[in-house]
Design a protein around this ligand. Structure first.
Ligand code: CAA
Length: 379
C-alpha cells in the first residue's frame, strides 16, 4: 500500500488545515460552551466543497477520493469535532447512500442540493430502544397505496434540527425482521414530522442532536430507497463507509490533543526544566504519537480500499475501533500533561476529551465494531 499523498491530496489537506485554523478555531470554545451550531462555518465548508466531497461533480459534489476525505475530516476534527461530525454525516451517511442506491430522480431532487451543501442531511436509524440492535427498531411505515404512513420515534439524530432532508429507516413488514425494513427520504416540514428538544450532551456540543417524532407522516412511494425490503442492507452498507468518517474524526481529535500536549510540554517548566525533559511526560508523548500513527495507517488503509472498490466492512470497523480508542487514550493523557490547565476550557484538551468519548459510541459502539470484525475473520 502506498501512503504517499498526491499533490492534489496535499493541497486539499492544506486548504482544510487553513480553514480549520482561521474559521473554526476562533469560536470553538464559545460554541462548545453555548452548544451553538456552527452555521456560518458550515456554509463555508459547503463553499469549499467539503459537504459532498466524494460525490460525482455531475451531482454537485467535489469528485474527490476517500483518502482526501480522511485528510479533510482529520484536519477539521483536530480543531472542532462538532463541525467534523456534521460534515461526516452529510458525506458518508447521507450523500454516499443517496449516490450509490438512489434512482436518478431521487438524486436530482435530493442529492444535488445536499452534495453542494445548500442543505444538509441526517441519517435516522437509532431509536429509544434500538441503538446497537438496529434490527429491533419499532418505527413503522405502512403501505397505503401511493404513500407510506410513517409512525415512530428516532433518537440521537445528528443534524436533527439543522437538516432539511432525512433518511429514515422503518419497518414496513414487522413480521419479516430485518428483511422487512425500508429506507425513506423524508423532508422537514411534512405534516406530522416533529423535531424533539435538543439533547444536552457531554461533548460535540456544537452539533445539534435531537429525537425526531413521526406521527402519521405521509411519505410518497417514490421516496423509498431501492427495492422493497432493502432498508437494513442499505443502512449496514452506508454505515460501513460511515465508519471511515468517524475513524477520521477520532484520529483528528487525537492528533489535535497530541499536538497541543507536545507544544505545552516544551513551554511548561517544572523542577527547573521543560516538562518534556521529564521521562514521565516524554514517554506519554511517545505512546500517543505511536497510537496516532497506527490509527492513521488504519484510516488510510480503509480509505484506499474503498477507493479501490474493495469490501471495507472489516477495515472500516478496525479503523473506527482503534482510532476511537486512540482518541480516548490520547485526550486523557493530553489533559494529564497539561495538569491543572488541562482542566480548563481555554486549553482545549478538556473539550477534546469530552468529544472523544462519542467516537466509541456512535455509528456503532466499540463492541459493535468487534462483532463486525470478528464475523469477518476467516481461518
Ligand atoms: N455490512 C453489510 N451487511 C451486513 C453488515 C455489514 N456490516 N452487518 C450485517 N449485514 C447483513 C447480514 O449479512 C445479513 O444479511 P442477510 O439478510 O442477507 O442475511 C443482515 O445484514 C442481517 O445481519 P445480522 O443477522 O448479522 O444482523 P444483527 O441483527 O445480528 O445485527 C449488527 C448486526 C452488525 C450488530 C447491526 O445491527 C449493527 O451494525 N448495529 C449497529 C448500528 C449502528 O451502527 N448504529 C449507528 C446509528 S447511525 C449514527 O450513529 C449516525 C450519527 O448520527 C453520527
Amino acid at each position: 500500500m502506498d501512503f504517499n499523498l498526491t499533490e492534489e491530496q496535499k493541497m486539499i489537506q492544506a486548504a482544510a488545515r487553513d480553514f480549520a485554523q482561521t474559521e473554526l478555531l476562533p469560536g470553538v470554545v464559545e460554541r462548545d460552551e453555548l452548544a451553538k451550531f456552527p452555521t456560518e462555518q458550515v456554509k463555508k465548508m459547503a463553499e469549499l466543497g467539503f459537504l459532498g466531497m466524494m460525490v460525482d461533480p455531475k451531482y454537485g459534489g467535489s469528485g474527490m477520493d476517500t483518502v482526501s476525505y480522511v485528510l479533510v475530516m482529520t484536519e477539521i476534527a483536530k480543531v472542532d469535532a462538532s463541525a467534523a461530525v456534521i460534515m461526516s454525516v452529510n458525506n458518508s451517511l447521507v450523500c454516499a447512500g443517496l449516490e450509490k442506491y438512489c434512482n436518478e430522480a431521487q438524486k436530482q431532487k435530493y442529492l444535488v442540493p445536499l452534495a453542494k451543501g445548500d442543505i444538509i442531511g441526517a441519517f435516522c436509524l437509532s431509536e429509544p430502544n434500538a441503538g446497537s440492535d438496529a434490527t429491533s427498531q419499532k418505527t413503522t411505515a405502512i403501505d397505503k397505496g401511493d404513500y407510506y404512513l410513517l409512525n415512530g420515534t428516532k433518537n440521537w439524530i445528528t443534524n436533527g434540527s439543522s437538516a432539511s432532508t432525512y433518511i429514515v429507516m422503518a419497518q414496513t413488514h414487522p413480521e419479516k425482521g430485518h428483511k422487512g425494513i425500508n429506507a425513506f427520504i423524508v423532508e422537514k416540514g411534512w405534516n406530522g414530522f416533529e423535531i424533539g428538544p435538543k439533547e444536552k450532551k457531554m461533548g460535540i456540543r456544537g452539533s445539534d442532536t435531537h429525537s425526531l417524532l413521526f406521527n402519521d407522516v405521509k411519505v410518497p412511494k417514490e421516496n423509498r430507497i431501492g427495492e422493497d425490503g432493502f432498508g437494513f442492507h442499505f443502512a449496514m452498507a452506508v454505515l460501513n463507509g460511515g465508519r471511515i468518517g468517524i475513524a477520521s474524526q477520532a484520529l483528528g481529535i487525537a492528533t489535535g490533543a497530541y499536538e497541543l500536549a507536545l507544544k505545552y510540554s516544551h513551554v511548561r517548566q517544572s523542577f527547573g526544566k521543560e516538562i518534556f525533559q521529564h521521562q514521565a511526560i516524554a514517554f506519554k508523548l511517545a505512546d500517543m504519537a505511536t497510537q496516532i500513527m497506527a490509527a492513521k495507517m488504519l484510516c488510510l488503509k480503509a480509505a484506499s480500499e474503498k477507493d479501490a472498490g474493495m469490501d471495507i466492512t472489516q477495515s472500516g470497523a478496525m479503523a473506527k475501533l482503534f482510532a476511537s480508542q486512540t482518541a480516548m487514550d490520547v485526550t486523557v493523557e493530553a489533559v494529564q500533561i497539561h495538569g491543572g490547565n488541562g482542566y480548563v476550557s481555554e486549553y482545549h484538551v478538556e473539550r477534546m476529551m469530552r468529544d472523544a468519548k462519542i467516537t466509541q459510541i456512535y455509528e456503532g459502539t466499540s463492541e459493535i465494531q468487534k462483532i463486525v470484525i470478528s464475523r469477518s475473520l476467516t481461518v
